[in-house]
Design a protein around this ligand. Sequence first.
Ligand code: NDP
Ligand code: MG
Length: 395
Amino acid sequence: MRQIAVLGATGSIGRSTLDVIARHPDRYQAAVLAAHRSVDEMEALCREHTPRYAVMSHPNAAEALGEKLRDIPTQVLSGADSLDELVTDPAVHSVVAGIVGFAGLRSALSAARAGKHILLANKEALVSAGGLFMETVRSGGATLLPVDSEHNAMHQCLPTMSDGRPDMTNVEKIILTASGGPFRGRSRAALDNVTPEEACAHPNWSMGQKISVDSATLANKGLELAEACWLFDRHPDQIEIVVHPQSIVHSMIRYRDGSVLAQLGQPDMRTPIAYCLAWPDRIDAGVAPLDIVAAGKLDFEAPDLAAFPCLALAQSAITRPGGMCAFSAANEVAVAAFLAGDIRFTDIDGVIASVLQSINLVEPDTLDAVQRLDADAREAAINCVTLMATPKTQS
Ligand code: NDP
Ligand code: MG
C-alpha cells in the first residue's frame, strides 16, 4: 500500500488525483491532503478519504478545519513547516505537487530532497527554479514524473531509465502541442474586451482559473517550453510548438530515423495522473476510451504570436538568465489582476514585457536567490498593474 501526499488537494489536479486513488483502495492511500484556505471543500475531502493529516497553509483555515473535524481521526496542521515535515515523512511514498504557482516551490523541493516519487503538476516551481530543482531531484535520488499532459505524453514516448529519467539519445526534436485556448483564431483587437469568464471557458480541458487564463494567453505554452527544457534537457530550439485544437495528440517525439511517436488520449488529467501514480505499471484511470473515428479530423497549425504575444515573450525570456523566473512571477500577478477585473486581458503581456525590461535579471542558483528574483519581479508587476488599473466605479 503506497501512501500518497496530495498537495493542492482542493484544486482541479488534486480532485482528479483523489478520484484515481479512490479507484484503487488496494494500492493507494491518500495519507496527506494539503490546501490553502478552502475549509469546506477540505472538510468534505477529509470525510471521504480520511487522510492521516490535513494541512492548511493559512492558520485561520487550519483552526476552522480542526474544529469541523473533531469527530474523525485526521490530524489538522498548519503552515509550510508542517507541510515540509509531512512530505519528507518516510511513510509517504509519492508526493503530488498540485499547488498552483510559486507557492508550490518549497514543498516540491522538500519532496525532491527527501528522494520521493514526485508527480509534478506545479510547472511554475520548475520554471522559476529549474536548475536548483533538477539538481535537488538528482542529489536527493527522487523520481520525477511529469503530470502536465504534454510532458507526460513526451515521457510516454521516450525510453526511460529505472529512476524515471528519459533517455534522449536518438531524439531530434520534441513537438509540444497547444490547444490554442478559447480565443484561437481571434485577432489581437478582438481580445481587448474579453472577460475572465470567457477566458476561463477552455474548449477541451476543465482546469483551475490561473492555468485556464494562461492557456488563453498562450503564456502556458511559454511556461511549458521552459518545463520541457528542464525535464528533457533540451535547448528551446530543439522544441517545436504546434497548435492542435482537438487536444487529442498530447505531444510528439521525432527521432533521428524520421519516426515520430505521439501519445493520444482524451483531454482528461486522470490519464497522466494514473500513469505517474503507477509508473512503470498501468492502472485504470476511470477515463472513457478514446473513439478515434468519433474524434474525426486532427488539425495542426502554427501559433499566432502576434495575437498572443505572451508566447513570444517567453521564447525571448528563456534565453536570458533568470528570465523565466521573472516571466512566471509577472504573469502570476497580471493574471490575478485580470481575474480581479483590474486590467484587461490584453494588458497581461504588457505587464510581463515591462517587468522583463525593468528588473535586474540574474541566474538564481539558491532558493534565496530564486525568492529574491521572484519578489523583485512581483513588485515591479504590481507597480505596473497599479499604473494600468482602470479605477473601479464607487458603490
Ligand atoms: P486550482 O486553482 O484548481 O487549485 C489550486 C490548489 O492549490 C488548491 O488546492 C489551492 O488551495 C492550493 N493553493 C493555492 N495557493 C496555495 C498556497 N499559497 N499554499 C498552499 N496551497 C495553495 O489549480 P489547478 O489544479 O488547475 O493547477 C494546479 C497546478 O497544476 C498548477 O501549477 C497548474 O499549472 C498545474 N496543471 C494543472 C492542470 C489542470 O488540468 N488543472 C494541467 C497541467 C498542469 P485552496 O483551494 O485552499 O485555495
Ligand atoms: Mg499542459
